[in-house]
Design a protein around this ligand. Structure first.
Ligand code: SAH
Length: 362
């Protein structure tokens, strides 16, 4: 099928997705142009912000790609105090971000679950619940997810990391702590509890094929997710996958493949929220803007106090580790204006796909 025919479809087959992911030259340009057109038609030129709070790098898992895996003894571990978290949230509110996202290494013990419940409740007290709350705190029981939802969080991100089980076990240890089926079940629990549920994958992993990537996009569509976050894989020297760093596509290729994944998914799911991940900016100073032009509509500026940021290095050379929030903001407004986009301040920026489904009672 010709690229023009494919670009006018929303129900793409695996083969058609692969054709888009492999597009080069004029065809590639057509893909990006079409994805931007679809995004502007459905979501306008607004970008939604979530002030990112990297709550803690204490983690019970040892995923083979992640710099904060518990087996990396070089990392100095931290957990923000309640006051620090509330200060971050107040700053997000003051800057007009509309939402915060709390991300952390993975723990599911009672003290952690209670602490998060309390923090969500406290954040909700700021200006009468005016901040939206996204959580990205890994695998938990359905009961925990429900508690956090009832406390006031309403969006949750849990990347599947790789929707192909074989690939999943090439990037995670095969043991009870890293169980593919459990991760899938968690996504189902989040949907059931009523979260705007997001997932995602890393792009350019060792052993990952175009078939895997096409299946990832079909997985997001099949789960009818409200949000997706995809970013390039960046090898970390203190992780087992570092050994495969020469067997992955070079940085520009990983970046380009990420942009093609974003653009293709925008055609398939025109109304979802898609984040321009910080990892894009790490590989390419213009990566965030490129992701917005390829179809992303959410940015997560980092609000973690600067002294902790260098300890939350899930991958090396993370962008913006040294930036101050006020600088981040003016830089962002300018760089978005330069590409014809603007931040929608003081709004939760919920997923249009999710809100439509809810209105229809589905
Ligand atoms: N513990 C939480 C948050 C994980 S950090 C959870 O499990 O959901 C957020 C995301 O960073 C991960 O889901 C993963 O996709 C991404 N990430 C981790 N290591 C990475 C690396 N080396 N390169 C690129 N992205 C990485």
């Amino acid at each position: 099928m010709s690229i023009d025919e494919i670009l006018n479809k929303t129900n793409l087959t695996c083969e058609e997705i692969k054709q888009l992911l492999a597009a080069e030259g004029e065809d590639k340009k057509k893909l990006f142009d079409r994805a931007l057109q679809v995004k502007l038609k459905h979501l306008d030129n607004y970008v939604h912000l979530r002030g990112l709070i990297e709550y803690s790098n204490i983690c019970t898992k040892y995923c083979l790609y992640c710099g904060v895996r518990c087996k990396n003894l070089k990392v100095e571990r931290y957990q923000l105090s309640d006051e620090e978290v509330i200060e971050c949230a107040k700053l997000a509110h003051k800057l007009g971000y509309g939402s915060v996202a709390i991300q952390s290494g993975e723990r599911s013990d009672k003290a952690f679950v209670d602490k998060i419940t309390h923090l969500v409740q406290e954040i909700k007290k700021i200006d009468n619940g005016s901040l939206g709350i996204t959580l990205s705190l890994g695998e938990q029981t359905e009961e925990t997810y429900r508690r956090w939802f009832e406390a006031g969080a309403h969006r949750y991100l849990l990347r599947i990391e790789a929707s192909n089980e074989d690939l999943y076990y090439k990037i995670h240890p095969r043991d009870e702590k890293h169980d593919f089926k459990k991760r899938l079940d968690c996504i189902d629990s989040l949907l059931k509890v009523g979260f705007q549920t997001g997932s995602g994958v890393m792009i350019g992993l060792p052993f990952q094929s175009l078939d895997d990537l096409a299946s990832d996009l079909l997985f997001f569509k099949q789960k009818d997710l409200a949000m997706v976050g995809m970013g390039p894989f960046i090898p970390h020297p203190d992780t087992p996958l570092w050994a495969y760093k020469d067997q992955i596509p070079p940085a520009e290729k990983r970046m380009e493949l990420t942009l093609k994944m974003i653009a293709t998914l925008r055609l398939m799911m025109p109304e979802i929220n898609m984040v321009a991940a910080t990892a894009n900016q790490t590989l390419d100073p213009q990566g965030r803007e490129k992701a917005i032009l390829a179809g992303a509509n959410v940015i997560m500026p980092n609000l973690t106090p600067n002294e902790f940021r260098e300890n939350y290095l899930i991958y090396p050379d993370k962008a913006n580790v040294k930036d101050k929030p006020s600088q981040t903001q003016s830089k962002l407004d300018e760089s978005l204006a330069a590409i014809g986009h603007k931040v929608l301040y003081n709004a939760w920026g919920d997923s249009v796909a999710f809100m439509r489904k809810k209105a229809l009672g589905q």
